[in-house]
Design a binder for this molecule. Structure first.
Ligand SMILES: Nc1ncnc2c1ncn2[C@@H]1O[C@H](COP(=O)(O)OP(=O)(O)OP(=O)(O)O)[C@@H](O)[C@H]1O
Length: 281
């Protein structure tokens, strides 16, 4: 059997709180082939974050419990492999870009400190030797790759000294530090104004394409999907209700729920789409 880079197969998860068990994912399956850009879209509470956490091994069990399924990375089941092998993959083969830069960056350390630490751990996990000078050079180079004009100044800064857009770019740089094959992005730029978010999404798409990475984008916004992904999985109440090429999904959505997500797409140009009519603000 040939596997895509990432395959989630028949994944079911439930949560037990106050003695009550509530299933939240019901047999979720999705594929992310190498070098593809795939979106998992659904409204708040549909189960996107739980899916992402299960993939990254960040689901706390309990209260969560994976009741069925498998998650294959490069053909190996992440759910049954020894924890040390899984840790090796996280932050090296697959990395995350989080949506909220302020809570993902440590306010008391400079950007350089935080990036160098990530690099140090990635090097250690991969058994790679690198001097601290080489490490700093790599930090500057990576900041330049996310289009920071003055990487050395940014590296010296504390998170509070940077704008929201710059902080989001730092998070992308952090995810790129390791030679990752798969980037999982959780609504990057959501907290930013639409123009800055559009720049962040373009940057992400350019980097993913230039480096031949696979991208799994998690979002509630089909507008973000249109900017970044070729394939879409639509999730509702823990079930994948529709899957298809992005253009086809926008053209002929098969599911009522998908149609309602399309109708709710905020325009990056300002304005909003209601049905087929476009209203400019
Ligand atoms: N720790 C938890 N304990 C109990 N239930 C949880 C927990 N985490 C998530 N859930 C439930 O799982 C379901 C899916 O939540 P999830 O966070 O994956 O949604 P989401 O699609 O990512 O939403 P959002 O876009 O708001 O982040 C929700 O019903 C939520 O209440």
């Amino acid at each position: 059997m040939s596997f895509p880079l990432l395959r989630v197969e028949n994944l079911s998860v439930s949560f037990t709180t106050y003695g009550q068990t509530v299933p939240v994912l019901h047999g979720v399956s999705l594929d992310v082939p190498a070098r593809s850009q795939v979106a998992l879209v659904g409204e708040s509470g549909s189960g996107k974050t739980v899916t992402m956490k299960a993939i990254m091994g960040l689901l706390r069990q309990p209260p969560a419990r994976i009741t069925s399924g498998a998650i294959y990375y490069d053909g190996a089941d992440l759910l049954t492999m020894p924890e040390k092998d899984r840790l090796k993959l996280r932050g090296t083969a697959m990395s995350m870009v989080f949506q909220d830069p302020m809570s993902s960056l440590n306010p008391v350390f400079t950007i350089a400190d935080q990036m160098a630490t990530i690099l140090k751990y990635a090097d250690r996990r991969l058994g790679r030797a690198r001097s601290s000078r080489d490490r700093m050079q790599r930090v500057y180079d990576t900041l330049a790759q996310v289009r920071m004009r003055d990487p050395e100044r940014v590296a010296r800064a504390y998170p509070i000294e940077l704008s929201g857009g710059m902080r989001q770019r730092v998070l992308i740089a952090m995810a790129l530090l390791s030679e990752t094959d798969l980037l999982i992005a959780d609504e990057p730029g959501t907290a930013l104004d639409v123009t800055t978010q559009a720049q962040i999404l373009k940057l992400l798409r350019d980097l993913v394409e230039a480096r031949g990475l696979a991208l799994l984008m998690i979002t509630h916004n089909l507008g973000v999907v249109r900017e970044t992904c070729n394939t879409v999985y639509v999730m509702q109440k823990g079930v994948i209700v529709e899957k298809g090429e992005t253009a086809a999904i926008f053209e002929t959505p098969a599911h009522d729920y998908t149609r309602s997500l399309i109708d709710a797409v905020p325009r990056l140009t300002g304005g909003r789409r209601f049905g087929t009519a476009e209203v400019q603000s």
